[in-house]
Design a protein around this ligand. Sequence first.
Ligand code: ATP
Length: 203
Amino acid sequence: MIKTENLKKIYNHDFEAVKQMNLNVGKGDIYGFLGPNGAGKTTTIRMLTGLIEPTEGRVILNGLDVRSEKQEVKKHIGVLPESNGYYEWMTGKEYLLFFSSLYGITKKKRAERTDELLEMVDLQEKANIRIHQYSRGMRQRLGIARTLIHEPRIIFLDEPTLGLDPQGQKDIEKILLHLNKEKGVTIFITSHLLKDIERICIA
Ligand SMILES: Nc1ncnc2c1ncn2[C@@H]1O[C@H](COP(=O)(O)OP(=O)(O)OP(=O)(O)O)[C@@H](O)[C@H]1O
């Protein structure tokens, strides 16, 4: 499902952030990508999702070459970056409706999909509250809902539990396990904490 061949990223001609990476993540896997700050996790996610070009090597997602089939690849993946921007003045529901419209989902389906996702991430009671009043945990859950709008088969999450309290972490883990076990979504998740990755990947 996610395959890399000798993936390498060199910044500024001389700094090797990622060296010769060969990954093979199977369909339906939860793949934990562990490393300390600065190890190259974000760089790797950016290359895997086509946000930046590798210096060498290639990425194949769901059988598609990320460099040459970027538009098609986008339909198959959802990405939650480490620092996700939110439109603070929108409510959670408006935010998801807005992104559904960007994905070209029909008006009727947009409302249905938004309600379904709000329920999945346990935000239905906060759906009509503006995002600037959301806690970090609520924002992360909303971010995960946003990555799922177009029903991707693979999602990439960059340190999604960073800065969350234990309950907030558990809430995210529960959502990810549900997505993986019930919906068969392949998940690529980064963290710098071994116990976070262990809990999610060995569940
Ligand atoms: N655009 C860039 N230009 C130059 N160097 C960069 C750039 N982006 C990242 N780096 C460097 O590449 C290395 C890997 O960074 P990256 O952000 O991928 O690590 P990370 O594992 O995600 O770290 P963190 O856990 O702190 O987010 C770091 O030394 C970083 O300073």
